[in-house]
Design a protein around this ligand. Structure first.
Ligand code: 5AD
Ligand code: SF4
Length: 596
């Protein structure tokens, strides 16, 4: 991903009305460093950089050339009947939300849920209120996804509905403002503003700090956008407001962006370069969540196991990076910094009663120290998401996943993947595996598809996420390959993969029948008021009747399970997605030993 991105700021002058022409006040090419507010303890270089940035952002928000011309020619004495235009730059109090109500709607992956919490945290500090009632909203923000065409189509449809809401709004209320946040804002930029004139603001994934300013600009009837990507924005100092968190678990962002450039994927273009959040700030958030009584944390990022905290200079020596055997990187190998194994170790020490998970990793970054730690540490879940994407080496190479021809000991990508699966299973007995697959990638033949089917059979995943290929502009595949698998063939292959995945997952999950598993209780089952629902170590849903049981730490005490409790459940049946059983006792993570 090229670090240069344009910031565009489209401003429509106050009071010109909806038919006014759009004037482009600034279209600048900027070095991709963002963050309008200063980070904690900035170095002198950072301060200087910050001052420069501060100056340029003030410059961008300041009066225009036209304003000075107008002032110069203004009569010395104003006629009392003359109404003065407010200055076209923003005063501090204009950046405040003044109790305006914001309705946030999230689409796409868990990263977007986390982004929503970050955006809300920033707006809350600025004096906005949150509402879950669309009708009472003054500002509607959609946090969007671009990964597949269908995800974007959903947003366009939603915008049409919102347009009607905006048009129907009584004049007595403040005008409704609508914003597009996240990947779609980044990918389509001004196309959204041009296509849907009722969109007031655009904010890319690295521009959420700028939301109060963008909304203030929109307040005066102008469109405003910031789609600047950053090399270092991790929102480390923004404590997300975990409104979506359940009573038991939360997601903690540890890194952003992706440098892998898999040929089908838009993510490196919408979320920018890979960068990790400093460990200290991650630990601070995990500690807070533990103090709030949460029992599970999922470390979140596009490539969590490529984590590399370079913020502490003493760890930046040229320590080479250990990759999984047989894998290479698509970029010049990085060195030094504190790596994922270190983070996992530190996070899992915060609270031994807190389960630790992570998603989404890349198969290339599973060195032995990570696997060993998962095996040894009781509260790190024995569950690994290992996105394969295809079972055919030919397709994997076209996707730019796995070993490539410049590797001396070049082996086939599928072989390297299968070897990694065996190695993981030897290192972490009982590990639960999941994967992502794409059906119908460019040039995929029936033979390639059969290879994917055979990988599904061979690995027997516990969980899977399967998608039909959707060509995305800007990606390598878009420029170099042909989207030549007909839609109906993609869908037929996808159906086949889903069927096979289900058969194999059922078999894999049935090996749990008769075992006693540690389950973290989430609450009532959605399907029955007499059943409870929780998750086992492998993140599979476990359903069991709500019944009285013994508390192992208080012998003789009969209790009923509450959300956040750990209970032992004897598994009695299994399907491809759920386990069922009956509860034995309430316990703790440390005291339990899931025996099988
Ligand atoms: N088409 C279909 N699926 C895709 N994914 C990423 N890009 C595309 C695309 N263009 C899938 C991959 C990835 C998951 C998050 O989404 O399987 O792992
Ligand atoms: Fe996309 Fe590949 Fe990066 Fe995952 S690793 S976000 S699939 S480019």
């Amino acid at each position: 991903m090229h670090p240069l991105q344009c910031v565009l700021q489209v401003q429509r002058s106050l009071g010109w009305g909806p038919l006014a022409s759009v004037s482009w006040l600034s279209l600048r090419m900027c070095r991709a460093h963002s963050s309008l507010s200063s980070t904690m303890c900035p170095s002198p270089e950072r301060q200087e950089d910050g001052a420069r940035k501060d100056f340029s952002s003030r410059l961008a928000a300041g009066p225009t050339f036209q304003h000075f011309l107008k002032s110069a020619s203004a009569p010395q004495e104003k006629l009392s009947s003359e109404v003065e235009d407010p200055p076209p730059y923003l005063m501090m109090d204009e950046l405040l939300g003044r109790q305006r109500k914001v309705y946030l709607e999230t689409y796409g992956c868990q990263m977007n849920v986390n982004d929503t919490e970050i955006a809300w945290s920033i707006l809350q500090k600025s004096g906005y209120l949150r509402t879950s009632n669309l009708q009472e909203a003054d500002v509607i923000l959609l946090v969007t996804c671009s990964i597949r065409e269908k995800a974007e189509q959903t947003i366009w449809n939603r915008l049409h509905q919102l347009k009607a809401l905006k048009t129907r709004r009584p004049r007595s209320r403040v005008p409704l403002r609508i914003g597009i946040l996240g990947c779609m804002a980044e990918r389509l930029k001004e196309e959204i503003l041009n296509r849907e004139k009722m969109v007031d603001i655009l904010a890319g994934p690295d521009a959420y700090r700028d939301l109060p300013r963008l909304l203030a600009v929109a307040e005066s009837g102008q469109q405003a956008a910031n789609v600047l990507l950053s090399l270092d924005e991790t929102y480390a100092d923004v404590m997300p407001v975990q409104t979506s968190a359940s009573a038991t678990s939360a997601f903690v962002s540890i890194m952003r962006g992706c440098d892998n450039m898999c040929s089908y994927c838009i993510v490196p273009f919408t979320r920018g370069r890979e960068r990790s959040r400093p460990i200290a700030s991650i630990l601070e958030e995990v500690k807070k969540l533990s103090e709030q009584g949460l029992k599970e944390v999922t470390l979140l990022g596009q490539n969590v196991n490529s984590f590399r905290d370079n913020s502490e200079v003493q760890f930046n020596s040229a320590v080479p990076t250990n990759l999984s055997r047989g894998f290479t990187t698509n970029y010049k190998t990085k060195q030094g910094g504190l790596r994922f194994a270190h983070l996992l170790d530190q996070v899992s020490r915060v609270d031994p009663e807190m389960r630790i998970r992570f998603t989404s990793p890349h198969p290339k970054d599973f060195p032995d120290e990570v696997l060993q730690l998962i095996h040894e540490r009781d509260n790190i879940c024995k569950q690994i998401h290992l996105p394969a994407q295809s079972g055919s080496s030919r397709v994997l190479e076209a996707m730019r996943r796995g070993p490539f021809p410049f590797v001396l000991y070049c082996r086939y990508s599928r072989e390297a993947y299968v070897e990694l699966v065996h190695h993981i299973r030897e290192s972490i007995p009982g590990v639960s595996l999941s994967s992502d697959f794409i059906a119908g990638f460019c040039g995929e033949t029936e033979e390639d598809h059969v290879q994917t089917v055979s990988l599904l059979r061979e690995v027997q995943y516990n969980m899977g996420f399967l998608f039909a290929y959707s060509m995305r502009q800007k990606t390598r595949a878009y420029h170099r390959l042909k989207d030549d698998v007909p839609e109906e063939v993609k869908l037929r292959r996808l159906e086949e993969l889903i069927t096979i995945f289900r058969e194999e997952a059922t078999k894999a999950n049935q090996t749990s029948v008769g075992c006693t598993q540690l389950v973290l209780v989430e609450g009532l089952s959605k399907r029955s008021a007499t059943d409870l629902c929780g998750r086992n170590d492998g993140n599979l849903k476990v359903i069991f009747p709500d019944a009285e049981m013994e508390d192992v730490n208080n012998p003789g005490l009969r209790v009923r399970a509450q959300p956040g409790d750990y209970v032992l459940v004897k598994i009695t049946s299994a399907s491809s997605q759920t386990l069922r059983g009956h509860v034995l006792c309430r316990t703790t993570l440390r005291d339990s030993s899931a025996y099988c």
